[in-house]
Write a protein that binds this ligand. Sequence first.
Ligand code: HH2
Length: 293
Amino acid sequence: MPDHERVLRCGRFTLSLRRPLVMGVLNLTRDSFSDGGRYLDPRAALEHARQLACDGADIIDIGAESTRPGAAPVPEAEEAARVLPLLSALAAIELPLSVDTRKPGVMRAAIDSGASMINDVAALRAPGAVDTVASSDVAVCLMHMQGDPQTMQAAPEYGDVVADVASFLRQRVQVCRDAGIAEDRIVIDPGFGFGKRVDHNLAMLQRLNELTALGLPLLAGLSRKATIGRLTGREPGDRLAGSLGAALSAVAHGASIVRVHDVRETVDALKVWNSAHGCADPDSNPASIPGGT
Ligand code: HH2
């Protein structure tokens, strides 16, 4: 289907995929690799969610369990207790709220509290996860990860990383389809940094077309990650420019959604990219704007 006709259905929202979408990250964690501890306080979290919306996020992704290498697991009750009040507080926001979780219990409660998308770094592999999403109308992001966050960066191994990731995602998409999840609710994600070395991540970025060939919108999450640190020599808090380069590169290679911490800057970068690449942006009409300095 041509991109201008593709949509992503997430609960009460239908997002056009005519231009690349920006998913803003909101981590309600102590230990996330780039912003751990900043939004554990519910008031700070709410304020940041509103800021992400003002900055132009198309989706807000709320996570309460870090998946950085070696991160400690968060018990289900604690994860739910961090996420659910924020979902309720944001009930009136006119944006799809995504919940980044691997636990079917948290998925169910989040959907009941108004989440429009489940973002699962384990691609709904936990028992009951597929049925939980199938029995709702929310969208789902299926991500590839080799191993689990405790051990995934120890010694990642692939035959051909892109072919292996494509094969995994194809199989998970089929499981979802068989359970009755319509294709226009499914997003795929190669899982940059999840059981992958720098060369694996770069191969995936360069050959993203082999994954978009699966025919589903692709989400790329490279923001502030270690690969950017390795390429630029910068610490996580100083990776904005590298992250913008990565987001634009992902979009140029076919990503439909970029998951980022720095929403305002990414939205601006994409406005320029979209205009240069003829991506329709229903919110602006560059033809009517003077172009001098
Ligand atoms: N990356 C992170 C978390 N969730 N979800 C998807 N679909 N794709 C990603 O690349 C992805 C993700 C890691 O980033 P962050 O949330 O900032 O860190 P942490 O897991 O430490 O909270």
